[in-house]
Design a protein around this ligand. Structure first.
Ligand code: ATP
Length: 316
């Protein structure tokens, strides 16, 4: 359709939002309100979702790609909730058509829903030409979910509180990852509940030291060195025993990745995606090929990090 007006009207904006892996995830004891304090080091990965927002007369959501069938295509979608929150901030109607192209596994511990929320925030702020600072956007993001501020931020960051209070971490160079996607997702609340149960009964290989919220200084030094061989042995996830307890076959996946030549493997966040840190890009390609053939995952992907935070890709 040709446009004759001289003023340029943007009808749609597409944003790209990264996934994440937690290089360190320390989980404090369950608080009285049911939440857990966290100390975590996030790294944003190149595996991403693209979120397109277009002017419309009502709110709608369409989802395509990886796991689309298990993502709600209604107002409960995190991207739709982000649109409503931003519309509330801007005091305007949140009528917009949201199109999500997923490559981040759903319920995979890689913060896919959070990425979609961050994508909607960034794309809509651009579409609506809002005069909103990055800090204000981050505050709205934190109200949507504890991983949303990091999806906005990207790169490598230390997260405290529920993971929403961020500090940039110096990370030199590029790290190469292999991701083993599981056949079935894991619900994040169920994994926290299992961690509480394991801690209460002190069973499994759950960490009993109690120093859950220590600062991961060694890891941060290793990241600054840029040496994956220094980073690999410091990967740590307090949720891993709980994820393994709920999906015991993940032990085999973790072993297979290391047998295939990865430096180390870890359950990503609440799982069940397993993330393997590799020495370099070629090693990641080799590990991915071997893992694909081992039959321990639904799908295998390579990714690199740190990736940038959510950003506008283009407008129409
Ligand atoms: P995290 O790592 O932050 O714990 P996750 O990556 O394990 O999250 P998500 O992919 O964010 O999990 O999905 C969690 C649940 O949220 C899904 O089961 C889905 O029903 C719901 N959901 C709502 N909106 C979205 C969205 N845009 N994309 C994916 N899931 C969504």
């Amino acid at each position: 359709m040709s446009r004759t007006s001289l003023s340029v009207v943007t009808d749609s904006v597409t944003a790209r939002a990264p996934s994440k892996v937690n290089l360190h995830l320390g989980v404090g004891p369950r608080r009285d309100d049911g939440y857990h304090d966290l100390v975590t080091v996030f790294q944003a990965l190149s595996l991403h979702d693209d979120i397109r927002v277009a002017r419309a007369n009502e709110l709608s959501v369409t989802v395509r790609g990886e796991g689309a069938g298990s993502v709600p295509a209604d107002a409960s979608n995190l991207a739709a909730r982000a649109a409503q929150a931003l519309a509330g901030w801007a005091d305007r109607a949140g009528y917009v058509a949201i199109g999500i192209e997923k490559t981040i596994p759903v319920a995979g511990g890689m913060a896919g829903g959070s990425a979609d929320a961050a994508g909607a925030l960034v794309a809509l702020a651009h579409l609506w030409k809002l005069d909103i600072s990055r800090d204000e956007l981050a505050e709205i993001a934190a109200g949507l979910g504890s991983d949303v501020p990091f999806a906005l931020h990207g790169n490598t960051a230390l997260g405290t509180g529920r993971g929403e209070q961020l500090m940039q971490v110096l990370s030199r160079g590029e790290f190469h990852w292999v991701l083993a996607l599981a056949r079935e997702g894991l619900s994040t609340p169920a994994v926290y509940k299992e961690l509480d149960r394991l801690r209460d009964t002190r069973s499994g290989d759950v960490d009993e030291e109690g120093d859950f919220l220590r600062s991961p200084d060694d890891l941060m030094q290793a990241l600054a060195s840029g040496d994956p061989r220094a980073v690999a042995p410091l990967l740590h996830n307090d949720l891993q025993p709980a994820a393994l307890s709920l999906q015991p076959t993940l032990r085999r996946t973790l072993r297979a990745g290391v047998d295939a030549g990865a430096l180390n493997g870890i359950v990503s966040g609440s799982g069940p995606t397993c993330a393997f840190l590799c020495a370099d890009e070629q090693s990641a390609v080799n590990v991915a090929a071997e893992l694909s053939g081992a039959g321990v995952a639904r799908a295998v992907r390579t990714a690199s990090g740190p990736a940038p935070g959510t950003r506008v890709l283009g407008t129409d």
